[in-house]
Design a protein around this ligand. Structure first.
Ligand SMILES: C[S@@+](CC[C@H](N)C(=O)[O-])C[C@H]1O[C@@H](n2cnc3c(N)ncnc32)[C@H](O)[C@@H]1O
Length: 504
């Protein structure tokens, strides 16, 4: 039996709501919502601990909560008919913010010709159309939302039309059921994409770029065939390009398996919750489709209800030749889901060499961050790293940024311990004096303003990016050395692997 302490520790270690999520610091205030929205009031009561709550087993109560949250916090008008799957807003927002992180990290370079406009594809958008509504209202993304049932298509359309300020951004697309028997093995070039080989697996789920190392028969997964309507192939049109796709798949193989969660009532019809072969078969089809559509999407992503399925799906991904795999865990209250993302686009270099600094941005990845630390701890350390030298620092915990203004003297103070590296820089070859001079480090004459941003990649991995604010300034040798120094300090403080490996 785990001890009380162990249980407490385990609870503390569980990943929490995404830091960019609107509700991460401000959970929904039921009392306030009840006072503002009379239709919500009848559902709110005070629990024994004196906190306002709702009856989570009452579908009408959960639907009304979703309606008022979308209205109050997102300015969205929304409704679904009785029994349709009712999304929880904080939960669904986590998935949107994870995709936002993937796109911002630029590990996978942009392939979309539409500049800064982000275009996504929501597989199975449902009557609730929740992902397009949230993605468009929170981040201005445009979407194609697909579905197969008449009720989903009708209500998704309604939910889009009722929000004219974002309706231009969302297209609801009917998946034609005509070719339900379409199988990847028979599609396009007629080549078989079925997997015959054995792949290796380890427990290292979630580590990018790693094949696995214990035997696993992929044919076991082939039993879970998907014979439903098309998913991506045959729905995505010729010439279309997307930054990402996302999916909350039908998780279950049978309606009995779907059952009813006695603790909540979020509705969900068999059409929404069930498909032959369950999520394994459905996601396997997304993977197979992606192996043909390849660069049509910058990122392919899906949600999973069962961690157990991750192993098979990740091995399948390496089998079809992806260049990167990312996983994450979405935890909200009692609910736990997993996110799986992959791409066929070659990843950009992880660490930009200080010697090839021509752009205004430099970034590095902090991997293997010890579990007790969060992005906020890293952010605070970044602030104190620069403040100690006397530079002025402004920490923004909502944006996850620190804005720094540093003078020549501040640079020198930060770089004092960098002297040994100086002789590696070409510009330093003639310098006899070992003290750091402005000419040696190419120090700027004026103050320099830059921003350090922190992006969550997966649990335990952060991307740290330094951006010079002056649009025309080239990153000086000093700036790249500072980032290198910062990386060493952060790695030493937060990561299991303390040494820094630089590309040659
Ligand atoms: C679990 S629901 C997700 C609904 C919504 N995205 C959400 O997160 O609440 C799965 C949805 O996928 C739809 N669906 C099932 N097979 C599909 C397919 N081949 N293409 C598109 N949608 C499909 C179902 O009709 C259902 O609306």
């Amino acid at each position: 039996m785990p001890s009380n302490n162990n249980r407490k520790r385990k609870k503390r270690e569980r990943p929490t709501i995404h830091p960019k999520n609107k509700y991460s610091d401000n959970p929904p205030d039921f009392a306030l919502l009840a006072s503002l929205y009379p239709s919500f009031q009848p559902y709110v009561f005070y629990s024994r601990n004196g906190r306002p709550t709702i009856d989570w087993t009452d579908f009408n109560a959960t639907r009304e909560l979703t309606r008022v949250l979308l209205l109050h916090d997102h300015g969205l008008k929304w409704w679904i008919p009785d029994g349709q799957l009712c999304p929880t807003v904080p939960n669904r927002s986590n998935y949107i913010h994870w995709i936002e992180d993937l796109l911002l990290s630029e590990i996978i370079p942009k392939t979309n010709a539409s500049g800064d406009n982000v275009r996504g594809f929501d597989i199975g958008t449902g009557a609730n159309c929740i992902y397009p509504l949230l993605g468009a209202s929170l981040l201005g993304w445009s979407f194609v939302g697909s579905d197969i049932t008449d009720v989903a298509l009708e209500w998704a359309e309604r939910n889009v039309k009722d929000n004219p300020h974002i309706s231009e951004l969302i297209e609801i697309r009917k998946v034609e059921r005509g070719n339900d028997t379409l199988s990847v093995e028979n599609s396009h070039d007629g080549k078989s994409h079925c997997c015959e080989s054995k792949l290796d697996l380890t427990e290292n789920v979630g580590i990018e770029g790693k094949p696995f190392s214990s035997s696993y028969d992929l044919r076991a997964g082939v039993n879970k065939s998907y014979y439903g309507p098309p998913v991506l192939l045959g729905v995505v049109k010729d010439g279309e390009k997307f930054d990402f796709c996302m999916c909350n798949p039908p998780f279950f193989e049978t309606i009995e398996e779907a059952g009813l969660n006695p603790k909540t009532s979020c509705g969900g019809t068999p059409e929404e919750m069930v498909c032959p072969g369950g999520e394994m078969a459905f996601i396997t089809r997304i993977i197979e489709d992606s192996s043909i559509l390849k660069h049509t999407f910058r990122w392919y992503t899906t949600m999973l209800g069962r961690k157990l399925n991750l192993k098979f799906l990740i091995s399948k991904l390496w089998e079809v030749g992806v260049t990167i795999v990312k996983t994450t865990e979405f935890v909200q209250g009692q609910t736990c889901r997993w996110g799986l993302a992959w791409s066929f686009v070659p990843p950009a270099r992880k660490i930009i060499s200080p010697h090839v600094a021509e752009k205004n941005n430099l970034s590095f990845m902090l991997e293997g961050i010890e579990r007790q630390y969060s992005a906020i701890n890293v952010l605070e350390s970044i602030k104190s790293f620069f403040c100690t030298s006397g530079a002025s620092c402004n920490l923004n915990t909502s944006l996850f940024t620190v804005d720094i203004t540093a003078s020549n003297d501040h640079y020198k103070a930060i770089l004092k311990s960098e002297e040994p590296h100086c002789d590696r820089a070409a510009s330093c070859e003639d310098v006899q004096d070992t003290s750091i001079t402005s000419s040696c480090l190419n120090l700027p004459k004026d103050k320099l303003c830059f921003r350090i941003s922190v992006f969550q990649q997966t649990p335990g991995t952060l991307l740290v990016r330094g951006s010079l604010k002056q649009a025309d300034s080239k990153i000086s040798g000093a700036f790249s050395l500072i980032l290198k120094r910062l990386e060493e300090v952060l790695r030493h403080k937060f990561c299991r692997e303390k040494t820094t490996v630089y590309p040659s």
